[in-house]
Write a protein that binds this ligand. Structure first.
Ligand SMILES: C[S@@+](CC[C@H](N)C(=O)[O-])C[C@H]1O[C@@H](n2cnc3c(N)ncnc32)[C@H](O)[C@@H]1O
Length: 303
């Protein structure tokens, strides 16, 4: 109903680029339709049931089933249907705290907004190099990177899309003690997204072309020999100490001065944070770390 809709026209200063990218982000996060159609059209009973499921059942589920991979493997397929039924919490989606049922990215609008700003900055300031994400899941953040290049008419830079496309590796505690006990590898039902699916997600937005290159395999095998000359932005989202360290070791030497390092799991995962600190210490990096939201962090290379 019109009376239920908040007035929200384009922001002052909106350009065709920002309007396109805003719409894309709402689609990638599946926040596009929930505000107007979802909540407003539901009955009071249905909203009460959803509220109870979201605020009572989901926390209990996450605290129990998600911690026991054997059980999760059995009920995991049901989880996606349940999440569709419940719908997503707009605040959780904005902050990228959930594993959404359909969205092409789990990182939320705050980190997507920040990623867009970083991409726009390297274009505006002519920081040389390509863009990469290590750990892409369904590909949403890299789709946004490709869209920024398209929106501003860049025909020279590549978006590198690096993932096993088979989920996380089992921890190797002998080499990386910080990863001891990590269980993300067991959640392949949720975290393993095939290369074909990610390509199809790019194609859905009309953004699968020669400016997108895929690096399929474990980071330790693909990144050191990847045919990347220079990077202007590296976004690391591989969760583990090993995955973060492998990406920093292989890619940071290729990052241009003025380029960005974005670490998705810096706040959320102590193992990832430890890899960042160890790498920065061993390479005498003192560029200040900025906070994006409750977990995302970044720095800009100054030398
Ligand atoms: C949390 S998800 C990434 C979320 C994604 N950036 C987004 O926008 O929604 C982590 C991803 O990292 C990948 N990954 C983690 N460690 C890896 C490794 N060592 N080699 C290859 N892929 C890895 C997993 O397959 C998974 O797709």
């Amino acid at each position: 109903m019109l009376s239920d809709m908040r007035r929200s026209g384009p922001e002052a200063g909106a350009t065709p680029q920002t309007l396109y990218l805003d719409l894309l982000k709402r689609s990638l996060t599946r926040t596009l339709f929930t505000a107007q159609t979802g909540a407003a059209n539901r009955s009071k009973t249905s909203r009460a049931v959803r509220w109870t499921l979201r605020h009572v059942f989901v926390p209990a589920y996450v605290a129990t089933v998600r911690r026991v991979p054997a059980i999760h493997r059995v009920v995991g397929p049901l989880e996606r249907s349940l999440r569709r039924l419940i719908g997503s919490d707009p605040f959780e989606r904005a902050e990228g705290r959930d594993w959404p049922a359909d969205a092409e990215t789990m990182i939320g609008t705050i980190r997507l907004d920040h990623l867009q700003t970083c991409c726009e900055t390297v274009l505006a300031e002519n920081v040389p190099g390509d863009l990469i994400e290590t750990g892409v899941w369904r590909g949403g953040a890299t789709i946004l990177m490709r869209a920024v290049l398209a929106a501003y008419g860049d025909r020279t830079r590549i978006v590198w899309v690096a993932d096993s496309f088979a989920g996380l590796p089992r921890p190797d505690p002998a080499r990386f003690p910080h990863d001891q006990g990590d269980m993300f590898w067991a959640f392949s039902a949720e975290l393993a997204v095939s290369l074909d699916t990610v390509k199809a997600n790019f194609a859905r937005y009309g953004l699968l072309d020669e400016q997108v290159q895929f690096l399929a395999g474990w980071f330790k095998d693909t990144l050191p020999s990847a045919p990347i000359e220079r990077l202007a932005l590296m976004r690391l989202d591989g969760d583990l100490y090993e995955s973060t360290m492998d990406a920093l070791t292989a890619l940071y030497p290729k990052l241009s001065v003025g380029g960005y390092v974005i670490i998705d799991d810096y706040g959320a995962l102590a193992s990832c944070r430890a890899a960042v600190h160890d790498f920065r210490t061993s390479h005498a990096i003192t560029d200040p770390i900025g906070q994006i939201d409750w977990t995302g962090a970044y720095w800009r290379r100054s030398s």
